[in-house]
Design a protein around this ligand. Structure first.
Ligand code: ZN
Length: 514
């Protein structure tokens, strides 16, 4: 017995010695030294060194290690790269600003795309960060009701403008039974092409048939998918924004499918506290509901939106002076409002409709995730910008450039959440929602040995969103993000984007060939 014990003890010692020797001898591709390393899943929060080789984190250790490239991260926090489920700006210019805001994965799960495969073809080789989409239910409606094919990039190729010619039927009419059959078929095809969930922006087609949505929830259940939603009604009066959220929560719980409710305060308005309670209570009763928010008290969308149909002032509590035309920064009047709705239906406006206190309630809720809702930045004539176009030229809501910097500043200064909780809302919690559909996502959203090296290094004292509402400021990059690493490649160094580096990978559900 004694000799066996000695053998076991001596082998453990030799294994330990070998391991120590290994770490010291290895030259990692990248070493990050002296960072405050935070892993939101385990709560790990210690000053450590990170060794990266290839696309993986190989070690997180207090030992000194060496690398071909060494980053001294003294005073910086190393966080899992941010995962944004709500990035409409899939064009190169908007993507670039997202990376400078600490994001390593930018998905559009709200609007989504159709056909899904065409989106992935469009992005291939162009991803500074990881990319992906849901199945765009709205774009299935444009195909079936207006005959407009958005070709996988509906927000980049003026597909909504094209439906103006046919009377925006996708937004304003009810589908027939036969049309619902066609819509369902396109949605199923999108799931089979790897769409991450089904994006239901029913807030933009508020008269859609309820039974049509029930059918989509059943499809989500049958095909192991889930629902993401911009809910019906942005309204303080009935039918209220809260009622619209209740509708989707009931579909989720009835058909046992996970649900992502985008921008809760945008639709819940002064009922935000009530809706947060509804989500918490549903989850205590085995619900699978994730709420999301962006850290601004103003929102943005296209001017032809249903939200602004007859009676909008009474419903939303806003007036013309709360609306700003994004391209010029001008405050709208009755005259310009009517002109732009008619002549520039897909131009963006910014609206002041959320109370700061409601925004903050969602911001400090430990289970409400952050999503930018960053729109496509355009120039002063509504045209797309090239990747090289200067910062500040892009017009639009600042959230596309500043959401994560602004969120960190607000959350750190507010002080009620731990740093691990603050970072769970930008990385770990967003992975939970999609890990059944994209199993590899379990290797993201975490700072652990064996995880993919998607890492954001920021200075907690200086980090902030710089972008603002004034012309020339809305597409300024955030500050305090010193390094961003995607799949083991540095894309931001000392706060500056490294040009022509595209390590982003497709994040995609299982593709079914049939
Ligand atoms: Zn939305």
């Amino acid at each position: 017995m004694k000799s066996i014990k000695i053998i076991i003890v001596s082998s453990i010692i030799s294994i330990l010695l070998v391991n120590c020797g290994e770490k010291k001898d290895i030259k990692y591709d990248i070493v990050i030294s002296n960072a405050r390393v935070i892993d939101p899943e385990t709560g790990f929060d210690e000053v450590s060194n990170i060794g990266i080789s290839g696309k993986e984190i190989k070690t997180i250790t207090s030992e000194k290690i060496s690398g071909k490239k060494e980053i001294n991260a003294n005073g910086l926090i190393a966080a899992p790269g941010f995962i944004d489920h709500h990035a409409h700006g899939q064009d190169p210019y908007s993507t670039k600003l997202g990376v400078l805001d600490g994001k390593t994965t930018q998905l559009d799960l709200e609007a989504g795309a159709l056909p899904v495969s065409k989106f992935y073809d469009y992005k291939k080789g162009k991803g500074i960060s990881n990319y992906g989409v849901s199945v765009g239910h709205a774009f299935a409606r444009t195909v079936v009701l207006d005959g407009v094919d958005s070709e996988g990039i509906g927000l980049l190729n003026h597909s909504l403008e094209k439906t103006g010619v046919t009377g925006n039927k996708w937004a304003s009419t009810q589908a027939t039974d036969a049309q619902l059959d066609e819509i369902d078929k396109l949605v199923i095809q999108g799931i089979n092409e790897g769409g991450i969930g089904i994006g239901i922006m029913v807030g933009y087609y508020k008269d859609a048939r309820s039974d049509g949505l029930v059918r989509i929830a059943k499809i989500a259940n049958e095909y192991n998918s889930f629902l993401t939603t911009h809910t019906r009604f942005l309204s303080l009066s009935q039918p209220s924004g809260t009622l619209g959220i209740q509708e989707m929560i009931s579909l989720s719980t009835s058909y046992n499918v996970p649900l992502l409710v985008h921008h809760v305060p945008t639709n819940a308005l002064t009922d935000t506290k009530i809706v947060l309670d509804m989500i918490d209570t549903a989850n205590k009763n085995n619900g699978k509901i994730t709420g999301e928010m962006f850290p601004y008290d103003r929102g943005s969308t296209f001017i032809a939106t249903e939200i602004l149909s007859e009676g909008w002032q009474e419903r939303t509590g806003m007036d013309y002076s709360d609306l700003q035309w994004a391209e010029t920064g001008e405050t709208l009047t009755e005259e310009t409002f009517n002109k732009y709705r008619k002549e520039r239906p897909e131009g963006y406006f910014i609206m002041h409709h959320i109370k700061e206190k409601d925004m903050m309630l969602a911001l400090i809720h430990p289970n409400i995730i952050i999503g930018s809702d960053g729109m496509v930045y355009t120039d002063d004539k509504g045209q797309l910008l090239s990747e090289d176009a200067e910062f500040g030229l892009g017009r639009g809501h600042p959230r596309g450039a500043g959401s994560y910097g602004a969120y960190l500043r607000l959350a750190i200064d507010e002080g009620s959440l731990s740093m691990a909780q603050i970072l769970a809302k930008t990385s770990y919690l967003p992975t939970n929602l999609i890990e059944d559909i994209v199993p590899s996502i379990k290797k993201r959203g975490r700072l652990q040995e064996g995880a993919y090296a998607d890492i954001t290094l920021f200075n907690p004292n200086t980090v902030d969103g710089v972008a603002g509402y004034d012309i020339g400021t809305s597409s300024l990059p955030s500050k305090g993000f010193e390094y961003v690493i995607v799949n083991g490649q540095i894309v931001v160094e000392k706060g500056v984007l490294i040009k022509n580096t595209y390590p982003g990978e497709a994040i995609r559900g299982m593709v079914v060939n049939n």
